[in-house]
Design a protein around this ligand. Structure first.
Ligand code: ATP
Ligand code: MG
Length: 837
């Protein structure tokens, strides 16, 4: 089970994983921890991440970036329409009305949904995680802005499915940051103490988000969030772009906005300049060579001037800060720390605005770029059984009030009810009771459209089906469970019909009018609440409990209706029947469509893989050409005749030319064949060189062995005491073998010395090694034959130690044995326990 966190950023993404050692932000194939949110479509494949980013200008029309905020939005959405103008690629209206992206892919014009595009990006991030973890990745936690509506969240969820991921939670970016902050804190106030309030500020490339969280030991509760959904680093870039468009326009008579490539270059340069200004207050140059119409442009900028230009943007920093305090009913003094993350908080003026508002220095204890991803990975570790993580409960909130609307036969019109007020804890479930005779529809919507950064307040329609009247024709009691789930998505998750079976015929139903009654809060604590939710589905006792809670909170009229007089209670039996619910969600991709996208993503992954293999095969030919050409004039020179060298060099040159011409774009097999053809020429040369490197070493080893055996023979002959136990015939055998080997070696050495290096050697290193082995196998058993032990007179013989080894060798043996036992006794490796400190 994988434990992976993904920060799906507007400009760049980060991936963090949990390993036995803790949470780690991982690097991609370019050794970069950040992967640009960018996809480039080509005639043969897609490039994703850094490879795509490098094509932003060269393949401008087919390179897609800045798409994060199109999730769950109609093409006609004013936000989409406003963005459209500044994009190098084309946006289109898809048949469903949602926003699509048009690109040339595989030499065909294709329309992709935003879910597909984000799916592609996620495919890349999944691969990055898989490469780091060396195992398949499925389970993960992905971050989304805290202000995302249901449609946006559902759209990101679909994207995770297209990439073959199982998203355990869509977590709000600021909440992920809060988790990354809180879980490591050892000194949080105890549960009964006043919580520690911390403000988290994240200003990224596209948006500005603020949250205030209350921390106690082992738990965090998000108290309030506020945001400016369009204030981010790119707005500051835009200011510079506007300035230089005008400045260069006047100075060089250029209409920069008419040339998308020039405009894109200017954006890149302005972003660099903006970052430089964060570290330098002095005048900085802005030079771009060959900018447009072969003109080099140059200008200057400094922090002071930049600040003036960004006055309007900087004025937007404070309101969300003020808003979270107001919502949470906290004063500035109640705030323990203000933690800032996100690239744009590096702008000194932004930082100053924040610290000035709170009257204290901002804290930068978290990694500004990686905190979101790390928080996601921590959340994934908490949700995954594969890791043991310190208990930490997270209660998030619902950022916009959610209401339900329905047609009320009693009131002959629409009724509505706010089911979740703003900042209500999430995830959370509630049960509503309706009295109906027939199927009915519940329309969920955001009831405060003014504060919604999204044009359509509708969430979904839920049709509660198969509702029938009671057997006596009166209305049935229908219980409807509504919930905001772990991803922050609202749904009518279940509905059931309560059938009342009465044994007393005289008992009349007292209910005559149909109405909905406000339900009951289940539990505020998120963890407890989740448990209740789970149990509720399986344990009927809990249903009874819920009903009880509900009636105890209802108004008196309802109570009268729901609770028949005590005396008759025993005669009323109820059963519940689950009712099917049909959902009509705003901008939800249909199941069939989603499956098609999953299938298509698989095909595109395969195509990318094939293209990569083809390119690798081509690169292998190119590399071989360069390597051989280089070595033929250096280390291989002696090992090839002049004629062969000339013809081989020619062949290599031809191949190089071919690679740039006809061979530029060939199927993989052609490259493989080409390489094989070259290798038939190169291999023998390479082998001769290799042999000449290994041969002297092999001869030396053989010589050493011969010498050693001859030495033993001489010592034996000289009646050396050390060898007087050896058999004479055996020693003669050693002498004979050593002599034969010597003769063989001298013969081969002579022949080889006379032979040209351009020809295959007379003897190969492996033959020499075989000869050495043969000699050793004959001689070694003879010369290493142990000397028989001398029997000591009895009284001098020492008694052996009780359990000690008799000889030195025994020591090593028993030690090895002990080690073996030790290893066997080691318990099986436990599941990794994460060290989160
Ligand atoms: P979002 O959070 O909106 O989805 P993101 O997560 O991709 O976007 P970040 O990576 O947090 O965004 O921040 C990127 C922004 O931060 C860019 O606008 C970048 O120019 C800006 N940025 C990064 N470093 C600096 C710096 N030193 N000075 C000023 N701005 C910077
Ligand atoms: Mg971000």
């Amino acid at each position: 089970m994988s434990v992976v966190g993904i920060d799906l950023g507007f400009q760049s993404c980060y991936v963090a994983v949990a390993r036995a050692g803790g949470i780690e932000t991982i690097a991609n194939e370019y050794s970069d921890r950040s992967t640009p949110s960018c996809i480039s479509f080509g005639p043969k494949n897609r490039s994703i991440g850094a490879a795509a980013k490098s094509q932003v200008i060269s393949n401008a029309k087919n390179t897609v970036q800045s798409f994060k905020r199109f999730h769950g939005r109609a093409f006609s959405d004013p936000f989409v329409q406003a963005e459209k103008a500044s994009l190098a690629y084309e946006l289109v209206q898809l048949p469903t009305g949602s926003t699509g992206i048009k690109a040339m892919y595989m030499e065909e014009e294709r329309n992709f949904t935003i879910e597909q595009v984000t799916g592609m990006l996620l495919t890349k991030l999944k691969e990055t995680a898989e490469n780091a973890l060396k195992k398949p990745v499925v389970d993960c936690v992905v971050s989304v802005p805290c202000f995302y509506t249901d449609a946006e969240r559902r759209s990101v969820m679909d994207a995770t499915q297209i990439a073959g991921l199982n998203c355990l939670r869509l977590i709000n970016e600021t909440t992920a940051v809060a988790l990354a902050y809180g879980i490591y804190k050892q000194d949080l106030p105890a549960l009964e103490e006043k919580p520690r309030n911390v403000v988290f500020v994240d200003m990224g490339h596209s948006a500005y988000q603020v949250s205030v969280c209350a921390f106690n030991k082992g738990k965090l509760k998000v108290l309030a969030t506020a945001f400016d959904t369009t204030l981010g680093g790119r707005k500051f870039d835009e200011m510079l772009v506007e300035y230089f468009c005008e400045e260069f326009g006047k100075k060089y008579k250029l209409d920069i906005k008419s040339k998308i490539r020039a405009l894109l270059r200017l954006y890149q340069e302005c972003e660099k300049l903006k970052k430089l200004m964060s570290a330098n207050a002095s005048d900085l140059p802005m030079n771009i060579e060959c900018f447009m119409n072969d003109i080099d442009v140059s200008g200057t900028m400094n922090r002071g001037k930049f600040l003036e230009m960004c006055d309007g943007l900087l004025a937007r920093v404070e309101p969300p800060l003020r808003s979270v305090l107001e919502q949470a009913k906290l004063k500035k003094e109640d705030i323990y720390a203000v933690e800032i993350v996100g690239g744009a908080t590096r702008i000194p003026a932004v930082k100053e605005k924040i610290s000035k508002f709170f009257g204290k220095e901002v804290s930068t204890t978290l990694n500004a770029d990686e905190a979101v991803a790390r928080g996601c990975a921590l959340q994934c570790a908490i949700l995954s059984p594969a890791f043991k993580v310190r208990e930490f409960s997270i209660t998030d909130l619902i950022p916009y009030p959610i209401s339900l609307r329905w047609n009320s036969p009693a009131e002959e019109g629409l009724s509505d009810c706010e089911v979740f007020p703003k900042n209500h804890a999430a995830p959370f479930s509630k049960v509503l009771t309706f009295y109906r005779k027939e199927p009915f529809t519940l329309e969920a919507y955001y009831s405060s459209p003014k504060e919604l950064p999204y044009p359509d307040p509708a969430i979904a329609h839920f049709l509660v089906q198969k509702v029938t009247p009671q057997t006596d024709g009166s209305s049935s009691k229908v219980k409807v469970k509504v919930r905001v789930n772990i991803h922050g998505i609202f749904s009518v998750s279940s509905a059931s019909l309560v059938e009342v079976h009465k044994s007393d015929e005289n008992e009349e139903p007292m209910e005559t009018d149909q109405h909905a009654k406000e339900e009951e809060k289940m539990q505020v604590d998120q963890e407890e609440q989740q448990k209740t939710e789970e149990q509720q589905q399986v344990q009927p006792e809990n249903k009874a409990e819920l009903e009880e809670m509900e009636t105890s909170q209802g108004d008196s009229k309802d109570k009268k209706v729901d609770q028949p007089p005590q005396a008759k209670k025993a005669k009323v039996k109820t059963t519940t029947v689950d009712l099917p619910i049909e959902n009509q969600l705003v901008w939800q991709i249909g199941k069939d469509m989603l499956n098609l996208f999953i299938e298509n993503e698989g095909k595109m992954i395969m195509q990318d893989k094939l293209e990569k293999e083809r390119n690798d095969a081509k690169n292998a030919v190119e590399e071989y050409v360069y390597e051989m050409r280089d070595k033929l004039c250096s280390i291989y020179e002696k090992f090839v005749s002049e004629d062969d060298r000339n013809s081989f060099t020619l062949k290599l040159e031809d191949t190089e030319n071919w690679l740039y011409e006809d061979g530029e774009d060939q199927p993989k097999q052609i490259y493989i064949d080409k390489l094989t053809e070259l290798k038939t020429l190169g291999q023998p040369i390479q082998a001769r060189f290799q042999e000449s490197e290994e041969r002297p070493k092999a001869f030396e080893e053989l010589g050493k062995q011969i010498q050693q055996y001859m030495k033993t023979v001489h010592a034996f002959k000289a009646k050396d005491e050390q060898y007087d136990h050896l058999d004479e015939a055996d020693v003669a055998k050693v002498e004979k073998s050593a002599n034969e080997a010597m003769e063989w070696m001298n013969n081969k050495l002579n022949l080889q010395n006379k032979r040209s290096l351009t020809l295959d050697p007379v003897v190969k290193a492996k033959d020499i090694q075989a000869k050495t082995k043969e000699l050793t196998s004959i001689c070694n058993p003879i010369v290493t034959k142990p000397k028989p032990k001398v029997e000591l007179p009895k009284e001098e013989q020492k008694a052996p130690e009780p359990n000690g080894p008799a000889e030195g060798q025994g020591d090593a043996e028993s030690a090895a044995q002990a080690a073996g036992q030790g290893a066997a006794a080691t318990p099986d490796k436990k599941l990794p326990e994460m060290d989160i400190d």
